[in-house]
Design a protein around this ligand. Structure first.
Ligand SMILES: Cc1cc2nc3c(=O)[nH]c(=O)nc-3n(C[C@H](O)[C@H](O)[C@H](O)COP(=O)(O)OP(=O)(O)OC[C@H]3O[C@@H](n4cnc5c(N)ncnc54)[C@H](O)[C@@H]3O)c2cc1C
Length: 190
């Protein structure tokens, strides 16, 4: 009798645990719904995300079709991404085969959670932008200077002069953005 009495209590406790867990996960899933991902459509808001970034991740295509993604500093103005590089490199060899690129930007990252012990309650507040376009290279030295100024403006308010050899040596990439999408993640997190 004693034993079966203990068993009943044990199962009651298990049942209570199950009910509590069940309620907790319903609570979490409700919270998750309230921190849904949203699509950003306002151009000004999308450009604001880009302008908050100091690095973008540029994806191009390897000769065998696999992706090649690398970080780059950049400038952005009037629907154009400005990039610059050394005059040689793997990326330039690949761009000669296929000049289409995808650039990703991510800003306002913040780790948040509902409960520190529950992995699936963790989330990241963030906004990100994906831009697609094709690279053309700027040859005119005055245009290169303007493009480099756009890049420098992303990092400092100072103005700069560039020597002719430096301008000749740098490869300046212009990407006219043809497709731009943006998403906000976990913005309603409470
Ligand atoms: C924060 C940041 C900002 C940067 N900004 C610029 C920029 O504005 N302009 C610029 O030209 N470069 C920039 N770089 C460097 C850039 O990411 C590339 O490494 C560089 O452009 C050389 O690329 P490549 O294709 O010519 O490489 P190569 O030197 O020709 O490649 C040789 C091999 O090295 C590997 N490799 C190349 N780059 C990287 C990398 N970043 N990480 C790991 N492995 C790599 C590749 O697998 C490749 O096969 C930046 C890097 C960082 C971290």
């Amino acid at each position: 009798m004693q034993k079966s009495g203990f068993k009943l209590t044990f199962f009651e406790i298990r049942l209570k645990h199950i009910i509590l867990y069940h309620r907790f996960f319903i609570h979490l899933s409700t919270k998750t719904k309230s921190m849904r991902t949203s699509i950003i459509t306002e151009k000004i808001e999308i450009e604001d995300i880009i302008n908050q970034c100091d690095v973008c991740f540029v994806g191009i295509t390897e000769a065998d079709g696999t992706p090649y993604v690398f970080p780059m500093n950049f400038g952005y103005s009037n629907g154009e991404i400005i990039l610059h590089s050394a005059p040689e490199g793997k990326h330039l060899n690949l761009l000669a085969l296929n000049n289409k690129i995808c650039a990703t930007f991510c800003s306002e990252r913040k780790l948040v959670y509902q409960h520190p012990d529950v992995a699936c309650s963790y989330s990241m507040l963030a906004k990100s932008v994906i831009c697609k376009g094709s690279v053309t290279f700027i040859d005119d030295l005055n245009e290169k200077m303007e493009a480099l100024n756009i890049t420098m403006k992303n990092y400092t308010d100072r103005s700069f002069k560039y020597s002719k050899p430096a301008l000749i040596n740098v490869k300046v990439w212009r990407v006219k953005v043809e497709e731009m999408t943006a998403k906000a993640f976990g913005q309603n997190f409470k």
